[in-house]
Design a binder for this molecule. Structure first.
Ligand SMILES: Nc1ncnc2c1ncn2[C@@H]1O[C@H](COP(=O)(O)OP(=O)(O)OP(=O)(O)O)[C@@H](O)[C@H]1O
Ligand SMILES: [Mg+2]
Length: 225
């Protein structure tokens, strides 16, 4: 479903820094893989590379049978919009839209009717415990609440690939468990591929496999995290 073949990424600088060298990874449909690793090792960069938000220096990225690393910017943007759900480490909630509009936005961009988009966005906000806050501006939300809006927005269009960067980093254990239920439940139900970057052992333990990204490569540490 998602396959990385021999992915290479070097950061420019003097000297240049190799972030990953020949990194290979396969995530099946309905599977969620957790990626852990020290701060600065390149986890967010890896997600950005998969999503086409950062260039790679070598290797191949496949979603289903198709290579996506050679798509032009427009084609990549269309693919992201319709098939990817990205929870950014820094949320990226749009400040000029209320919560409902933020969550409905992916559906509007895909051409869904106003009424259908609003209905699904409302249901999604309720799933993350923010059903009563739909009309609020993002400025009035706590970090954990914004994180839940970001998760609702990433899942509302039922993407085939879910890339989540620290989706529970700002949540208390109870909320974190609820959000993981939602994230993992949807990945399994819609046979999506999920990549969950996390510093939380509890969150990593919920994934099907746990991989550790280190300077010397990616290692399966399932059961040892
Ligand atoms: N655009 C950039 N230009 C130069 N260096 C960058 C750029 N983006 C990231 N880096 C560097 O790349 C390294 C990896 O960053 P990245 O954000 O991927 O780490 P991370 O594993 O997600 O860390 P954290 O757990 O703190 O979120 C860091 O050393 C960072 O400073
Ligand atoms: Mg990061």
């Amino acid at each position: 479903m998602l396959e990385l073949r021999q992915l290479c990424k070097t950061l420019p600088g003097t000297p240049p820094r190799v972030l990953f060298d020949c990194l290979s990874l396969r995530v099946e449909a309905g599977e969620c893989v957790a990626i852990v690793g020290e701060s600065g090792v390149g986890k967010s960069t890896l997600l950005n590379c998969i999503a086409g938000l950062e260039p790679i220096d070598g290797g191949e990225i496949l979603v289903g049978p198709s290579r996506i690393d050679r798509l032009d910017d427009d084609a990549m943007a269309r693919l992201r919009r319709s098939h990817f759900g990205f929870v950014f480490q820094a949320f990226h909630i749009l400040p000029h839209l209320d919560l409902l509009q933020n969550v409905a936005l992916p559906l509007w961009l895909l051409g869904e009717s106003e009424a259908a988009a609003v209905e699904r966005a409302r249901a999604m906000l309720a799933r993350v415990g923010l059903g009563g806050r739909a009309g609020d501006p993002p400025q009035q939300l706590s970090g954990g609440e914004l994180q839940r809006v970001a998760i609702a927005r990433a899942l509302v269009h039922r993407p085939h690939l879910v890339l989540a960067d620290e989706p529970t980093g700002n949540l208390d254990p109870g909320r974190a468990a609820d959000v993981l239920d939602l994230l993992l439940g949807q990945i399994r139900d819609s046979r999506a591929a999920g990549v969950l970057v996390t510093h939380s052992r509890a969150a990593a333990a919920r994934a099907d496999r746990v991989l550790e990204l280190r300077a010397d490569g990616i290692h399966d540490i399932t059961g040892r995290a």
